[in-house]
Design a binder for this molecule. Structure first.
Ligand SMILES: [Zn+2]
Length: 56
């Protein structure tokens, strides 16, 4: 496991070592979605807020 900090609230987040770039994680504290943009070292960025567009 690896620890990093939330880009939003600064809380410590534990990430498993087999996380892959592009995965989306949720911060347990503030609930924001964080996208893994790098794994060596672990780098997180706030996931873009996607509008749910179900079309049709
Ligand atoms: Zn947070």
């Amino acid at each position: 496991m690896t620890n990093t900090t939330c880009a939003e609230c600064g809380s410590e987040i534990t990430i498993s070592n087999d996380v892959e770039s592009g995965e989306i994680l949720d911060c347990d504290i503030c609930g924001i979605e964080l996208e893994v943009i790098g794994v060596d070292p672990i780098e997180l960025s706030k996931a873009p807020e996607l509008e749910e567009d179900w079309g049709e």
